[in-house]
Design a protein around this ligand. Structure first.
Ligand code: SAM
Length: 185
C-alpha cells in the first residue's frame, strides 16, 4: 500500500476535562502500531508531538531497535519500527507526505464518537486508488479535537460492537480499522 499512512497524534488531543493537551508517548503504542503498519504494508507511521523531549524518547527507541543492540536481538521489531517517522504537527506530517508522494494526502479522522462528514469503511477503502496518498489520523488520551476532525476530508464511522460501549485503546482501534480497510477476507 504505497501511499497509505497512519499518524498517532499526541497534540492537539483532549484530556478527560475536554481541555486541549499534549499527551505523552507510550512506547507500547509505537511498538504495536508500527507492527500493524508493517502487517498491512503501510508506507509509514507518523508519531506526532511538538514536545522535544518526547521526540527524543521516540528517536532513542527507534535508534535502539533499528540500529543498536536491539536490531540484532529482534529483527521483527527493527523492521516494524523502521516505518516510524517523527513529526511536530499534523501540518508537518501532511507536508512531508506531499513532498514524498508528490500529491497531498486525503485526511481521514477517527473517533469513538459520531462526527460530522462521516464516511463508511467502503467509502474510505474506495479512496485508496493507489495514487493519492491517504493519511489516517489516530488520537491519544481522550481523542482528536473537534478542530482536527473538522479539517479532515472524511471522518471514518466509529467502530461499534453490539453495545453502546466503544471506547477502545488506540492500539485496538487501529487494528480493527486497518483490517476492515485492508484486511484479506
Ligand atoms: N473517547 C475517545 C474518542 O472519542 O476518540 C477515545 C480515545 S482513544 C484512547 C484514542 C484513539 O483511538 C481515538 O482518538 C481514535 O483514534 C481511536 N478510537 C478509539 N475508540 C474508537 C472507536 N470506537 N472507533 C474509532 N476509533 C476509535
Amino acid at each position: 500500500l504505497a501511499n497509505i499512512y497512519m499518524a498517532l497524534v499526541h497534540y492537539p488531543v483532549y484530556n478527560k476535562n475536554r481541555e486541549v493537551i499534549a499527551s505523552a508517548l507510550t512506547t507500547i503504542d509505537l511498538h504495536d502500531l508500527s507492527r500493524l503498519a508493517a502487517t498491512y504494508n503501510l508506507a509509514g507511521l507518523y508519531v506526532v508531538t511538538p514536545l522535544e523531549d518526547q521526540l527524543r524518547v521516540a528517536q532513542e527507541m527507534i535508534d535502539h531497535w533499528c540500529h543498536g543492540w536491539g536490531k540484532a536481538y529482534n529483527r521483527n521489531r527493527s523492521e516494524a519500527l523502521s516505518l516510524v517517522r517523527l513529526a511536530r504537527s499534523i501540518r508537518h506530517t501532511r507536508a512531508e507526505i506531499t513532498e514524498t508522494c508528490g500529491l497531498a494526502p486525503i485526511l481521514i479522522g477517527t473517533s469513538a464518537s459520531t462526527v460530522l462528514n462521516r464516511a463508511t469503511y467502503e467509502q474510505v477503502s474506495a479512496l485508496t486508488d493507489g495514487k493519492t496518498p491517504v493519511l489516517l489520523l489516530l488520537g491519544t488520551a481522550w481523542g482528536l479535537t473537534t478542530e482536527s476532525l473538522a479539517e479532515c476530508d472524511y471522518n471514518l464511522e466509529p467502530i461499534y460492537g453490539p453495545t453502546a460501549y466503544n471506547h477502545l485503546s488506540v492500539r485496538s482501534a487501529a487494528g480493527i480499522i486497518l483490517d476492515r480497510l485492508f484486511g484479506r477476507r
